[in-house]
Ligand binder design. Structure first.
Ligand code: PEP
Ligand code: MN
Length: 336
């Protein structure tokens, strides 16, 4: 059960609500986000919900029996959107494209991609400066020096940036240079990291774990939301399966099912989802048709020279063609 409470709730009113909950044996956790104040309650007993709804200080009350609650669609009317400022918005009916290299490699590389994005009216650039790599000898990112440069070039072009944070200790120094924090597949269940991202005043995109279920992804999102951060989006990036013909199995089902289960924006990552450049556009189109609120993908001026994920990175011509097709398809889907 979720009880939305007034921001100005008095101590006495709160005591009264808590003692009513104790009577029906419900355990309450108070959540204060940037937007609202809630009591998230866990219990099994049947009771008349009007008992709670009529208490002073209660704005609304909803039964949510899933393991995830605040991210569930069950209590919230409509879709949650994220406002990044300067007219850049994600979700709530706005389709977002986010594109950029797998890794930030040099100022020249970032400038070239930024110009490509501006020319195609894309306002959000992706790029990792802390890279999770299977091999410790592979390129592991430019770190803070790269992030500061990435941020400066994005600002010069009127572009917002999204980048991966890999661990707790990086959050504080990164915050001023980030518009959206990305939680990678490998950290999808790093609960300490999720808790801390709940306390930052920046939106978060959380990816599905490599072998994570949809329920686990929603519970991970619940960690961030319940720690105080409502500005959240989820990302399907493919899961590990027995198939070896491509890097990951992009789970198109997850897009439709997540849209049913949560009010948060759902983003597709076709680059990691299939891992093969020639098929990235097809998967992006499929995700858009399935109802995704946006697509995040990898693009580079010379993909063959990219320091990571070259095989799944589009060049500018391929990217431009894909952007046109995805936008056309979204317009068509909107008419259905
Ligand atoms: C990335 O976006 O470059 C990345 C490492 O993604 P994932 O966490 O989905 O593997
Ligand atoms: Mn990558």
């Amino acid at each position: 059960m979720i009880i939305q409470i007034e921001n100005t709730l008095s101590a006495e009113q709160k005591e009264n609500i808590l003692s009513q909950l104790a009577l029906i044996a419900y355990k309450a956790t108070e959540v204060q986000t940037q937007k609202g104040r809630y009591l998230v309650c866990i219990g099994k007993k049947e009771f008349d919900i009007r008992l709670i709804g009529s208490l002073k200080g209660v704005l609304d009350v909803h039964r949510v029996s899933e393991s995830y609650k605040l991210v569930s669609r069950k209590w919230k009317v409509g879709e949650s959107g994220i406002d990044l400022g300067d007219g850049v918005k994600i979700g709530d009916g706005r389709f977002a494209l986010m594109a950029g290299p797998c890794s930030i490699e040099s100022e020249e590389q970032v400038r070239k991609v930024a110009e490509h994005l501006v020319a195609n009216n894309i306002r959000i650039m992706r790029g990792g400066v802390y890279k999770p790599r299977s091999s410790p000898y592979a390129f592991r990112g430019m770190g803070m020096e790269g992030l500061k440069m990435f941020h400066r070039v994005c600002r010069e072009h009127g572009i917002k940036l999204i980048t991966e944070v890999m661990e707790l200790s990086q959050i504080a120094e990164m915050t001023d240079y980030v518009d959206v924090f990305q939680v990678g597949a490998r950290n999808s269940q790093n609960f300490n990291l999720l808790d801390e991202l709940g306390r930052v005043d920046k939106p978060v995109l959380i990816k599905r774990g490599m072998s994570g279920t949809i329920d686990e992804l929603l519970q991970s999102a619940e960690y961030i939301f319940s720690a105080g951060n409502e500005r959240l989006m989820l990302c399907e990036r493919g899961i590990r399966s027995y198939e070896t013909a491509y890097r990951n199995t992009f789970d198109i089902n997850a897009i439709a099912v997540l849209k049913e289960k949560t009010h948060l924006p759902v983003i597709a990552d076709p680059s990691h989802g299939i891992g093969l450049r020639e098929h990235v556009p097809a998967i992006a189109l499929a995700a858009a048709a399935a109802g995704a609120d946006g697509v995040i993908y990898e693009v580079h001026e010379k993909p063959e020279e990219a320091l990571s994920d070259a095989q799944q990175t589009l060049n500018f011509a391929e990217s431009e063609l894909m952007i046109r097709k995805v936008r056309l398809l979204r317009d068509a889907v909107g008419l259905m």
